[in-house]
Every structure is written in C-alpha cells, then in structure tokens.
Design a protein around this ligand. Sequence first.
Ligand code: RUQ
Ligand code: CUA
Length: 642
Amino acid sequence: MSEGPKTTEEARENDLEELSPHAARSRRRFLSQLSAVAGGGAATWHIVGCGGEGGDNTPAVTHDEPAEVKGQDPHVGPGQLDDYYGFWSGGQSGEIRILGVPSMRELKRIPVFNRESATGWGQTDFSKKLLGGRMAGDTHHVHLSYNNGTYDGRYVYVNDKMSARLARVRIATMEVDKIVDIPNSQGTHGIFPQRHKTGLVVCNGEFRIPQPNTGNNLDDPTKYASMHTAIDGETMELQWQVMVEGNLDLAATDYEGKYSFATCYNSEGGVTLEEMMGADQDFLYVFNLANIKAAVEAGKVTIINGAKVLDARGADGDYILRVPVPKSPHGVNVSPDGKYAIVSGKLSPTCSVVQIDKLASAFAGEIKPRDCVVAEPEVGLGPLHTAFDGKGNAYTSIFIDSVMTKWNIDDAIKQYSGDTSVQPIRDKVDVHYQVGHTNASMSETKEADGKWLVALCKFSKDRYLNVGMLKPENDQLIDMTMDKLAIVHDGPAYSEPHDAVIVRRDLIKPLQVNDRTDDRFTMYEDWAKEDGVDLMKDSKVVHKGQIVRVYMTSQAPKFGLTEFRVKAGAEVQIIQTNIDNVDDLSHGLAVCQHDVNMLVNPQDTQSVTFTASKTPGVYWYYCSWFCHALHLEMRGRMIVEA
Ligand code: RUQ
Ligand code: CUA
C-alpha cells in the first residue's frame, strides 16, 4: 500500500476530510500505522489493528510475524472442481457472473440487462421482448430463491438500479427467463427474496421521486417518496408497493417470512450531499409483511401506474417501524440463526444489532423501536456490509479503513449491556483496497459454513499490472477457518462486482441439454404450428407477406438449409433449432454484413429478426461457436435478390 498513485489517495483523503474530518484524522493515523509495518514484505499476512478513536474496543495490535498459515488450500488443480458456485453481479456491465470458489475462476457470464454479442442477448426475439429496447443496465445485488432458510436451487434474482427492473435467471438453464419493470421507483437498489419459501422478492427504491412522477411537485422534495416493492418470486408479478418518505437503500428479509428490512441513509429527505448527511441519525425501516398483506387485501391502497400502493408515510404504525440507527447506514444483513439484523453504519464506525424477536413488541407499542437495538460495536471507519460464519461471528467490510473486521455478536451484546470485561472484536485484516461488499460461503442461509469469505474491493491500485486509467476491482478471497483471517487470493474483476453470494455446489444442478420447458418455447411452437413446421425436424422458408420466416435446424456440422433466398430489404426471421442432443454441443448463427450473431444450445430454439441488405448479393451465414472438425464448413448462403 506504500507507493500507490498519490493523487488518487490524496483526492480520496480530501473527499473524506469533507465527509468527516474526524474520520480523516483516524484514517491518517491508520495509514501511518500501516506504513510503519508494511516495510517487511509479505504484508498480506500482517494484521493491523486500526486503533479507532478512543481505541479501547479494538485491539491495537501489530503482529510483525506472519500469522500461522495452516487453513484451507485455495488451489484447485487442473481438472478439479470447485466446492462452491459464486454468483457475482456484474455491476455496470449489466450481467451476472458465475465463479468457482475457492479457485475464483470465472466460469460463465450470464447476460441480463446488457446486449451481448456472444449469445445474441439483446438481439434475439425473446431477449428483445424482455428488454423492451433497453440495452444497458447496472446490476448490484444477486440472490437465489430459498426454501426453509436455504437455497432451493431454482432461481437467481438480480436488480437493475438504472431502469428499476428485477430479472430472474432460471438455474436449470442459467438464462434469464423473466424481467419485470418496477413502477414508481428510481434507483432500485437493495433486493432480497423471502427465505422461508420462494415467496416475495422485495426491492428498494433508493431515489425519492414525486408520486406519481408526472410533472407535479418537481421542486418540492418534501413531497418526494420512495417505494418498498414486493414481487412474487414465482410469477414475477408485482404484488404491492409501500410508500415511505425516506430513501431505501439495502434490503434483507428475516427467516420466518414476517419482516423485510431497508436501510435509509437519507431520512432528511435531502437532494444534495450536504442535506443527505445532515442528521446524525437515520433508520432501519422494518416492514410488517402480514399487516401489509392484510391492508392490501382489504383494499386500503391507491393505484399508481397500475401498482397497488399502500401509503405508510407519517408515523410508525401497523406497516412500518423505523428503528433509529446512527448516521447514514448502508448494508443490512440477517444472521444465519435468524436472530439479528445487522446494520452497517457507513458514516458511523459502528454496526447496530437489531434483535428481530423484539420487533413484535415494538410494533405493538410496548417498547420503543430503538429498544430493539441490543448492541452497537465499533468496528472501524466506514462499515458497509456484514457476512457470517454460522458460529456466532460477524465479518464486516470497512471501506475507509480498507479492512475486514471479525467480531463476535454475543460479546457485542454483552459489552453493550455494560459488561466491560468482554471485547467483541476478534480480528482485522487489511484488504486492498476500499472494500465494498463482502460475503461468505452460504452466509445468507441458515447453513452458513464459515469456510470462505470474499472482500469485493472497489480499487486494486498497484496489485496488478497497470492496464491504463481504469484499473480492475479486486475480489480478495479470505480463509475464515482460522482464528486469524488470511487473504489467499487476489481476483481482478471488470467491471464492478457489487455483490456476490457463495453457494454449495450440491445445491446447483443445471441442465446439460435444454428441456424446452421455458415460456419462450410456446412462442416458437405457436409460429411453427401456424406454418405447419416441426421445429425438431423441418427446415423451411415461409413467406408471410412482408416477412420471410426461415426455419432451420442445426446438427454438427450442418445447417438444415444450405441456402435461402429473400428480396432485398425484406424482413427476415430465422428460427433455428439445435437438434444435437449432446452436452455442450452448441451452435451459433452469424450472418455476414447483417450484424446478426446468436448462440443456440443443444435442444434449444432461438430466433432473430433483421432486415436483409438493400444491396442484392450473396451473404454467407455460418456457425459461430466451434462445434466440429468441420465447423468452418458449417455455413450456407443467404441469397439476396433484387
Ligand atoms: S451497494 S458497497 Cu449497490 Cu450493494 Cu454496498
Ligand atoms: Cu456448429 Cu460450429
């Protein structure tokens, strides 16, 4: 960390000075401590306590000798399989990535909100229908569907912050099967599925807007509001929205299906940075799902843009409870035993531990919302997200300090209740640099196993070869099985993987060849029926007024048609069915000079519609995914006639 690009560091330091002079002072002290020990090489293994203001609850220890390195072996040899699937969001790329953990090898990218040349996502008829003309996205949070507190292996959900959408990937095919637009919402950020069964997926609107956003109250931000939206994880249909004043950032659900949670960093209702940081206290919003459901069913809603909206602005009541937490919180994560929602403080150096079984009394008015907070340990400067090992410890990513802090939840509770003999902080490890999200193997389930932790660092600085102005982010793999945390791998990532979940491999069982059961197959089957075509056998050209439908099978190394003829400027739709029934025998269809390229997996059908050139001539189409020794010969001519 010694010789980083000074300017970036200084710039960040200045930003920080503005944000919080106190934090900047501590940060500088931390940096000087760090450089004091970084000289010895092998700095990865050095544990540096950051001291913190007051310093009495963080071990100000500096271990000069490397921590004992026994732990797990992260090396996965050639031909060996990883123990876990990692589902990573692809950030600004708009996609999802699948990594193997612990090797951190990237296995696949699933296009979601983006246009992808390799698969034709964004160009095929089906993906176009889902995307509705939009070609960009910003994925942040990836979560899987649950049953009984653990993953059921069926779906992956991911949000698009930019256009307020929720997408679902079917794990059987590892392809997107649904995308839903969330009305009345901007900056849809935190999402979380219910964990007792595949039920609701809640989605938080981070940006407050006029409701409805049709030109009224443009200059009166006091009237802006945001939505906590519930989508049925099975049908992907919008169920209801709860309207609140505050902004809603990260999301979580409990394990019983009673509550959902949202952090609110802008309870001020500000529209500028200064305004948003004004108050020293913000909230964890708690949503009472049974009460909300009852009210929606009783019709206590207004319809805004087709959505059933329950107005929960104003005081706490049956629907929402606002638990006060210190200044501008960020992540909220529920411990694997289901007992605590842990709110990471961001502009407060603390985590607030909310005891979930106290919430019912708070909703009943018997205790104050703040009485549900049972601990508030100081964990470092800029806590963002928290992971768990299933053994009672929490692991919080600390952005400004660039550390991961391991702390014990029970000890934090004892300390908060006045027992000065306990120290919740167990360890801190430097990460590189400015860690955002963190997650651990099975951490978001009741089967958290305490094996691997990832720190998704927003900056890699000098950890990799310089690749120009934009450096990769750095996903660091940490062995969490020892007393001391040990970084065992640096994984460069482009672009920003906001969040990730790590899932035991026995829970994920994708298909080898398509089972042709997705909804989109009815679309192809309907066309085929109309045209008297058997998709699995026939290759045929059908002229339908302005449009030419070309049905074509593919089977290595041949297309069902070696040529077809169309008129210049005609609308052409190619419906291709890969009739190979062999694992990984995918074909592609690329059409020269026509900007067409798509993937067709074994036993799959895909279709694409395009306009034939206005210039008559010969245009080859060819298989674009290597499939056979005669792959290059797998081609045919589109003959465009005047
Ligand atoms: S946010 S760095 Cu988009 Cu998940 Cu916290
Ligand atoms: Cu078929 Cu290459």
